[in-house]
Design a protein around this ligand. Structure first.
Ligand code: SF4
Length: 377
């Protein structure tokens, strides 16, 4: 049986740019139609490459896919079905901004076949939503969550943000409790990162905003773990919690398990047969290239065995069960303990990892600094 593969569609539009956001998205909504035409052309051009694959997951991300109208989404969905082999029992996700949803839209998403909805909530505190530059209100989150349930969504994720300036343990606890009151199947808790090029980054440089210290960040992280695990959510990845194994995000697992994926749309990345490639991070270039019948390729990189092992290792360590040394041997023909003897030794010395049978995984202390673990290898 072929290994799982994921299909990602990047919709590069947002109604308003959030000041912390580093994803490629623009607010020139008048270009949506041109983008859809270009995307349809890219689908046709990339179809041959993945002819033998069956995609078990499809993920519409961005940007704000929920900004597209019914007819545009339908054309894209139809083209994907026509040109790719998609497992009818797969996981089909769409990201949304609660400020762009309506009952009709949600019903249409379900009718198209989406069976997983992700909502960018970030906070249940109106002042914090304003600070983050979000366009939605707390009431829109609650209302659209109800609408999504009525439309038939049984698998809903809420994104929450943590460790941003001005957040307090009380308000974060409140947001977590309000999120839990809705009983979503999945929660993602992301720490704010000051990414170069964002407004927040400039504000940090000018001294207007100060990032939280490591200890404070860790305290929020532990608070989320404590509250969510007590309420039956399993932390299966550094930032992700699911109510039961069957509710983990199968699409994101494709990335963490270093499996093949195809990314379409500006700035989207693909990984297949040990090659990573990325599309141009510019809608103008994306559209112009495809109008000329050319792929909007930004880079193409063949990963060496060393790079493949390194990526496989640090991605596996993001998962709760950690790295399976048997699977490592099967994939690379090498003994993991031998290959990374010195890195494992240093990590163990710092109490950042632990062994469980044939798995190496992050310890509770290791999870708090998961992003720095790669630097040991
Ligand atoms: S809505 Fe999402 S993708 Fe768009 S700017 Fe805000 S965080 Fe970024």
């Amino acid at each position: 049986m072929k290994e799982h593969a994921g299909l990602y569609i990047h919709i590069p539009f947002c109604q308003q740019k959030c000041e912390y956001c580093d994803f490629y998205s623009i607010t020139r909504l008048e270009q949506v139609e041109e983008f859809v035409e270009a995307l349809l052309a890219e689908i046709v051009l990339r179809a041959g490459e993945f002819r033998e694959r069956v995609f078990q997951t499809v993920f519409f991300g961005g940007g704000t896919p929920s900004l597209l109208n019914e007819e545009q989404l339908e054309r894209i969905w139809r083209a994907l079905q026509e040109h790719f082999r998609i497992d009818p029992g797969g996981e089909f996700s769409i990201e949304s901004n609660p400020g762009t949803l309506t009952r009709e839209k949600l019903t249409h998403f379900r009718a198209l076949g989406f069976n997983r909805l992700s909502m960018g909530v970030q906070s249940f505190n109106p002042a914090e939503l304003r600070f983050l530059g979000r366009i939605h209100s707390v009431e829109e989150v609650r209302e659209n969550f109800r609408n999504a349930r009525e439309a038939g969504f049984r698998n809903i994720n809420l994104d929450l943000m943590t460790a941003f300036p001005g957040l307090t343990p009380e308000s974060f606890r409140y947001s977590l409790e309000e999120a839990l009151a809705l009983s979503p199947e999945h929660l993602s808790c992301y720490t704010l990162i000051f990414e170069p090029g964002t407004v927040f980054y400039k504000k940090m440089q000018s001294g207007e905003l100060n990032p939280l210290g490591e200890d404070e960040e860790a305290a929020y992280y532990e608070l989320a773990q404590e509250i969510l695990e007590a309420r039956g959510y399993c932390q299966y990845e550094v930032s992700n919690f699911a109510r039961g194994r069957e509710r983990v995000c199968r699409h994101n697992l494709v990335y963490w398990e270093h499996r093949p994926y195809l990314g379409l749309g500006p700035s989207a990345h693909s990984f297949y047969r040990n090659v990573r490639r990325g599309n141009k991070r510019s809608l103008t270039i994306y559209i112009k290239s495809l109008q000329k019948g050319q792929l909007p390729l930004d880079f193409r990189e063949e990963l060496s065995p060393e790079q493949l092992m390194f990526e496989y290792t640090f991605l596996s360590l993001r998962l709760r069960e950690g790295l399976d040394t048997g699977a490592f041997r099967q994939r690379f023909g090498l003994d993991f303990r031998e290959k990374y003897r010195s890195a494992i030794h240093k990590l163990a010395e710092n109490e950042l990892v632990e062994w469980s049978d044939r798995h190496l995984r992050l310890s509770a202390k290791g999870w708090l600094v998961a992003d720095t673990v790669a630097s040991y290898f």
